[in-house]
Design a protein around this ligand. Sequence first.
Ligand code: AHR
Length: 690
Amino acid sequence: MTSSDGLRNLTVRTGAATKKVSPTLFGLFLEDINFACDGGLNANLVNNYSFDGVYLVNGVIPYLPLELVPEEHRERLANTPPELLTTPANTPAGRLVDHLRHWTIQDGRIEASEEKPIAPGAGFARVESAGSARLENLGYPGNRPGMPFATGRPLLFSTFVRADDFIGAVEVRLLDLERRVVAAGVLPSTGSGWQEAELRLVPTATGLGSLQLVLNGSGRLDLDEVKLIPTDHWGADNPRWGQGRLRRDLVETMAALAPRFLRFPGGCIVEGCGDGSHYDWKKTVGRLETRRQEYNLWGQARADGDYSQSNQVGFYEYFLLCEDLGMEPVPVVWAGISCQTRMDKHLSMESPEFATVVQDAVDLIDWATGDPATSPWAALRAEAGHPDPFPLRYLGIGNENFGPEYLEHFARIKEAVDQLHPGLTTIVTGGVVPSGERVDPAWTDWGHDAQILVDEHFYNSPAWFLNSTDRYDGYPRGGAKVFLGEYAAHLSYDLGDRNPAVPESLLAPEPNTWLSALAEAAFLTGVERNSDIVGFCCYAPLLNLVENGQWPHNLIDFSPTEVVRTTNYLVQELFATRIGERIVPVDGDLPTTMFASASIGKGMLHIKLVNTGSSALDVALQIDRALDCTAEAVLLHGPLDAINRLAFDSTPRISIQPERSDYAVRGGEVTLHLEATSVLALSVHVEDVG
Ligand code: AHR
């Protein structure tokens, strides 16, 4: 314990708790960036499993204008033809269907075919073997063996196969990095035509590796929908989870944040690049074999444009996950406007294409909540495995769109939604908000409407977060509320817009430092204090396959085998899991480097104290209605540059983790010790006054 810089007195007025904490305050935002879905949450380890991968021809093209790209990143662009540097990578010419990417063959031959596929429009692989052929897949990210396996942990291999013209056997193997066989089995023979065949593999070692199919025999073998899934995936043995499967450790790490809602699928992914690449939920809800892949616009930040969305984690899986974790679904639909920082394209309000956009929004509600007996969309939901309706109370329309055209598009879609499904709360977006000028028009148009949430996004420096803890104190009450849909404290110049006014000392030099998390904690005291007007908040992005991300700061880092809770995650966890139902005022002599919030519910008071100063502090709390008790505290602290690190192929290095301790509360008083640069949460038993 370090010596303190004096005693501060704070009063916690539980009796003055009148305003309600939003019951949905803390949630999550999931977007398939940084291999969050394919390569992450999607438990299928096979890359380009359906031989329909779609990529970008032109990776490395930044989505920012070149002059805003930091010098060091410009180097990456050296070999890019100059004409492409001014052309967004997302023009239709950049879209590349590559059926066989991530599959290699030795001895035999492989080609893509579309002749009599298992589902209309789907490609598949035709393998020719004259005695022997070996087909291999490295998994994700695709440029190194990335399939995890562990001794005795079974995996289920499955594939659609058509073996009418093949005589022989197919052996399925898992290879380790030294190319030793760590698990193997022979695929059961199938009847004629397309058949699904499966096989259980039980590894005899632990590590990373690849999948190999060995054709011992001659002739032509057709393959599609190849899957390799650990049998302990999330939802195992639950018939609802009959389509896409999820990686268990990632779901459990999300669940530990006690999320009350999940925003999905984006993010820029919703908006697309004006070439039909916007997110089309209708392509993500049917049986897996009917879902087609689409390029992921975050492939722009990969040297080879190599990022296909397989849609195995689609809207069907999203709604199931919400159901499993008790989260409100907050789906976001396309507003008919592409990502305006990439390519500003609008569908005209009177065009048939925009009429389809409006219909798609309405159909989503039908799909989620309708009766399978009367609605074809609801029937599709039932066929996928969920006949009962899903709850749906919120709908986001557009992401980071702005300007008068967007507000018109929003109004038209909202009108259609309201007509058919009155009572749904819609979310209008105001773009990214360094200054407020984009969010303000959304508030002007919709601020009066209590059925509206206004989506605000901040990716600003830690200094901005520290200076903005009072942001919501003056927001008008009684109308629309805030949906804080994306935020994180980090170097804004990572994203191309460094503000020279921000001193170096308050810029987080590396991603996910304790400085960034501390600044977020200070900001969250302001969010909690104003949670009568801030209805929802979620950090962004959520998941990151380390060494393969497209965004520098993320909440959860993972490798094929490990999951790391960043310092920012620990702050989220502390705030989200210790929250009451009413906001409690905290008064007293708070130094400018200290921030506080409190809430009460079910006989417990939860207090958070954030000390951003470089000296420790002792804080004497006076809590009215406190019971004499032992109160549990959780402390997070460390040097500002501390990071919980993970590399792709090694074990985590954890610098910050929660420290638990007990404090005696007597006669409504307790004195706490706050280390320098720390966050402390204390939960105290109080009289339950309802
Ligand atoms: O969270 C990453 C990106 O940041 C989102 O896709 C977009 O909405 C924002 O600009």
